[in-house]
Design a protein around this ligand. Structure first.
Ligand code: HSE
Length: 318
């Protein structure tokens, strides 16, 4: 019997300046994992077990779990290729909070697809698998966007291309930056956070968005980290979404006054992130956010780096 174990990290979508087109994977500095895992074993029939800290927040019925959708989607794609699938039992270890802005659904989806692809000996290439991941993520959030699934799967910081045959490209990662993330403990649904956005963006903000993204990419390729940080502002979503986030303005003010180079909402929130180039300041901001931004016992803070590697897996044969 073969067992495949796959892990997929948390991620920051948007990174303030790249609504729907920019994302980064996260790895806590303390070495702990921050992401979901799946354990896939050969079985007589399909089954799903859910465990882990946030398992109790998922629907009790396995048919309503996104991992079951991934399994069926994967099976159909195999059939379309003329390949046979065999039943598996999947255990989902749900460590990321739902509706947190840390790419929780993306993490489950990426772990499931990556694990299934490894379990069935890699029938799909990276780009095909990524498009499957994006499609399933779209079913949950209400629109296909890759800014969580791409960095979660591939690691690093990724920029979405909008092109079918090469969904994403990797950007240079600033090795000296610490990424403080703080989840407040409340849940914000991505589709609700998208629905509060206006359908049209004013010309002035559209021009700012394009200029910021262009300068950011230029600055990363030229190792000009001060310039990169100086354009990390969100003119698209934050002005509307921050109303959903208690203590957001205070958290921004504290972070920016205490050494942060940039501060923003992770994905659709409520997690916020601060970028620092000083470890002591990053820790200080993490402590302040823990004391002041967290709303209940589900919240947490981590000081992270952006890992070069995203999803990973290992296999055992008995
Ligand atoms: N880009 C997405 C959004 C990320 O901001 O709605 C959330 O998954």
């Amino acid at each position: 019997m073969k067992t495949t174990r796959a892990y997929a990290p948390a991620s920051i979508g948007n990174i303030s300046l790249g609504f729907d087109v920019l994302g980064a994977a996260l790895q806590p500095l303390d070495g702990n994992l921050l992401g979901d895992e799946v354990i896939i074993s050969d079985a007589d029939e399909y089954g799903l077990t859910v465990a882990g800290v946030f398992a109790h927040k998922l629907p009790a019925n396995a048919d309503e779990n996104i991992v079951t959708d991934c399994y069926h989607f994967f099976g159909k794609a195999m059939q379309a290729k003329g390949l046979a699938t065999t039943p598996v039992h999947i255990t989902l270890l749900k460590s990321l909070p739902i509706g947190s802005g840390l790419g929780s659904s993306a993490s489950s989806i990426v772990a499931a697809f990556h694990g299934l692809n490894e379990h069935f000996e890699r029938p799909f290439d990276q780009n095909t698998l990524l498009k499957m991941m994006g499609e399933l993520e779209g079913q949950i959030s209400g629109s296909v966007h890759y800014d969580n699934v791409a960095p979660c799967y591939l690691g690093g910081m990724t920029l979405m291309t909008g092109q079918e045959d090469n969904v994403t490209v990797s950007l240079p990662v600033v090795k000296s930056w610490y990424w403080v993330v703080c989840y407040s403990g409340i849940s914000v649904s991505t589709s609700a956070a998208r629905n509060i956005l206006p359908n049209a963006v004013p010309l002035k903000d559209t021009l700012t968005f394009g200029r910021q993204l262009g300068i950011f990419v230029h600055a990363l390729y030229n190792d000009d980290y001060a310039m990169a940080a100086s354009v990390m502002q969100d003119v698209i979503a934050e002005p509307y979404r921050k109303s959903l986030l208690p203590v957001f303005d205070e958290a921004r003010d504290y972070s920016m006054a205490n050494g942060a180079l940039a501060f923003g909402i992770s994905g659709s929130g409520p997690t916020v992130f601060a970028v620092c180039d000083d470890y002591r300041q990053a820790n200080d901001i993490a402590n302040w956010l823990t004391e002041n931004y967290i709303q209940n016992e589900d919240g947490f803070s981590h000081v992270c780096r952006i890992p070069a590697k995203g999803a990973g897996s290992q296999q055992e044969q008995e």
